[in-house]
Design a protein around this ligand. Structure first.
Ligand SMILES: Nc1ncnc2c1ncn2[C@@H]1O[C@H](COP(=O)(O)OP(=O)(O)OP(=O)(O)O)[C@@H](O)[C@H]1O
Ligand SMILES: [Mg+2]
Length: 212
């Protein structure tokens, strides 16, 4: 068992935390044969809704465990789950309050999804500050990117100025990420090849090498 905890966190809403949580989880299962637990700490319950649709549609959940917890509860829950899972992924609510810290404390890696937009840049500093103070490994994941946009260059410059590493693979703005989740699936279960499949495979490889 690898027994690592990844907390996906970002103050700004809608940056792709839940999308990243489920795609990374299924990427680890499919490409690395891992046993993965996902923990929903968001009262909105998007991750739980996805898992419910999945279960109702009788989609196989081999090697996938789903739990809900409060942000405080996530600390205890992840400690228990990591004993018999390779990776525990904690999905968090958008707003950072002081009680976001326990889920950060519980983690081996804080993964921060961020769109290539200045509004996202401004929101990212608070969570980086918390993760740095907790002495945690941090990675920014650029999500919903239009590869041809000039903002990608600005985003890379911005990340450099923060002095935090980012995941090399940039996740594109692709409808399949959104539409697959509505069916309780992920892009990599809907498609056998294509850009989204390439992205998630590379993403899971890169995050794994960071955890090791
Ligand atoms: N790479 C992507 N391409 C296209 N759509 C995306 C992508 N990532 C996320 N989305 C869409 O953006 C919206 C927000 O994504 P998601 O719910 O994952 O964000 P979140 O950070 O978890 O939001 P919240 O802060 O409300 O929990 C959703 O409609 C989702 O389908
Ligand atoms: Mg969410």
């Amino acid at each position: 068992m690898l027994s690592k905890v990844i907390t996906i966190s970002q103050q700004k809403g809608g940056t792709g935390k839940t999308t990243l949580a489920v795609h990374l989880a299924m990427g680890f299962i499919k490409y690395h044969n891992f046993k993965v637990a996902v923990v929903d700490t968001d009262p909105q319950g998007s991750l739980g809704k996805w898992f419910m649709i999945r279960s109702e549609n009788k989609i196989a959940n081999d090697n996938l465990t789903f739990k809900t917890a409060s942000l405080w509860g996530a600390q205890y829950e992840s400690k228990t789950l990591k004993k018999d899972h390779d990776v525990v992924i904690i999905d968090t609510p958008p707003k950072i309050e002081s009680d976001a810290r326990p889920s950060i404390e519980a983690s081996d890696l804080v993964l921060i999804p961020m769109s290539p937009s200045h509004v996202d840049f401004w929101a990212t500093e608070a969570i980086i500050d918390i993760a740095k103070k907790a002495n945690k490994k941090i990675m920014i994941q650029i999500n919903r990117a239009n590869q041809r946009s000039k903002l990608i260059i600005k985003t890379n410059d911005y990340i450099k100025s923060l002095n935090v590493p980012s995941v090399e693979t940039i996740i594109g703005n692709r409808q399949i990420y959104a539409s697959s989740m509505g069916e309780g699936k992920t892009a990599i279960e809907k498609q056998r090849k294509g850009s989204a499949v390439d992205e998630i495979k590379k993403l899971s490889d890169q995050i794994l090498s960071e955890l090791n």
